[in-house]
Design a protein around this ligand. Structure first.
Ligand code: SF4
Length: 346
């Protein structure tokens, strides 16, 4: 806490006690670096200065603002939570850690952050930075990826957090982990905790914290049929229980391999009542890769020019709608789709 005032970064969400602004920043910063998250935070707080305004926004618009941050379920949960606060709670965020936990998408970390930063409640936050600092300074060897370890770290942090400055303590330990006690190259040489740090004293800085490896990502092969008629492209909104829920992509065939026989494309187009205006074999396909936390998507885009619009009933059944360029710009899309569209001349 002595170190913090001299080293803290001046970040906009640190200069407020508004639980909405704090909550917004925490949702955006989960699994996102400050540098990447900052412009998104500024965009959201400017576009939706109050929780009521965020709640009233259409979901597509919220997802469009979120585009590029990934983990889109966070954006949907965020929107749902805003509606919950605006409706059930009359626009006021719940006033304690326990009550905050009842909000959708608000876990222990976020509830502790809001409760301490906005209300000065004495609850210790635990994020990746805090786990690392505690593991190193106190020599805790439990696997930080194991759910059972959380209790040990929480008890330790709860013992440390002072009653009179809980917000300052939480900010300080997180910032210390973010810029001093970093994962790969901690600045041990100029560290005020050097003499009492277990990891430094025992030569275990690189070994701590202990974290078991995540499972290998599975590979999925997405074949997109980019159906075009005149100045429109057919796109569809992705459904629930899969990645990119609520975002827009093209007609999709998922297979076990990177190749898709031309006959499958022709079958799919005929199934939609479409008529080809081109020789498929002459159209170059585009391959792109997108890596998510648990999946690797190998996408191949197959441009398909149609001489007539799709049969309306078949298009509706497949969830496909023809959009012009202006509409497409406004739709929320996975990054891979945005990249494909911006790299392709239509
Ligand atoms: S001495 Fe090194 S490992 Fe220990 S707290 Fe300081 S920066 Fe982290």
């Amino acid at each position: 806490m002595d170190w913090y005032p001299r080293h803290r970064r001046d970040l906009p969400w640190r200069n407020t006690r508004d639980p909405y602004a704090i909550w917004l920043s925490e949702v955006i910063l989960q699994q996102t670096r400050v540098k990447q998250g900052l412009p998104y935070y500024l965009d959201f707080i400017t576009s939706y200065p109050t929780v009521q305004e965020l709640a009233a926004a259409p979901q597509d618009e919220v997802l469009r603002h979120w585009q590029g941050l990934g983990y889109y379920s966070r954006a949907r949960n965020m929107h749902h939570t805003a509606q919950q606060v605006a409706g059930e709670y009359n626009g006021q965020f719940p006033g304690s850690y326990v009550e905050l936990l009842k909000l959708r998408g608000v876990g222990q970390y976020t509830a502790a952050a809001i409760a301490s930063f906005a209300y000065d409640e004495q609850v210790a936050v635990l994020d990746g930075n805090v786990f690392r600092v505690l593991a190193r300074v106190f020599g805790v060897t439990q696997d930080i990826a194991a759910p059972a370890s959380r209790k040990i770290f929480q008890q330790l942090a709860d013992k440390l957090i002072p009653a009179d400055q809980p917000a300052e303590f939480n900010q300080a330990i997180m910032e210390f982990g973010a810029i001093q006690c970093t994962p790969a190259k901690p600045d041990c040489l100029f560290c005020p905790l050097q003499t009492e740090c277990y990891a430094f004293q025992h030569g275990l800085v690189q070994e701590l914290p202990v974290k078991s490896k995540a499972k290998a990502a599975r590979t999925r092969y997405f074949h997109y049929l980019v159906l075009r008629h005149n100045d429109t492209l057919y796109m569809k909104k992705r459904g629930p229980k899969d990645i990119w829920e609520g975002l827009y992509d093209f007609a999709l065939q998922e297979t076990d391999s990177a190749e898709l026989p031309a006959a499958s494309i022709v079958d799919a187009i005929e199934g939609l009542g479409g008529r080809l205006a081109i020789n498929l074999a002459e159209e170059p396909t585009t391959a792109m890769r997108h890596i998510l936390s648990h999946q690797k998507v190998e996408a191949r885009f197959h441009p398909v020019w149609l001489s007539e619009p799709l049969v309306p009933e078949a298009a509706v059944a497949a969830g496909l709608v023809a959009y012009n360029a202006l509409d497409i710009e406004r739709l929320p899309k996975p990054v891979i789709i945005t990249n494909y569209i911006s790299n392709t001349r239509f």
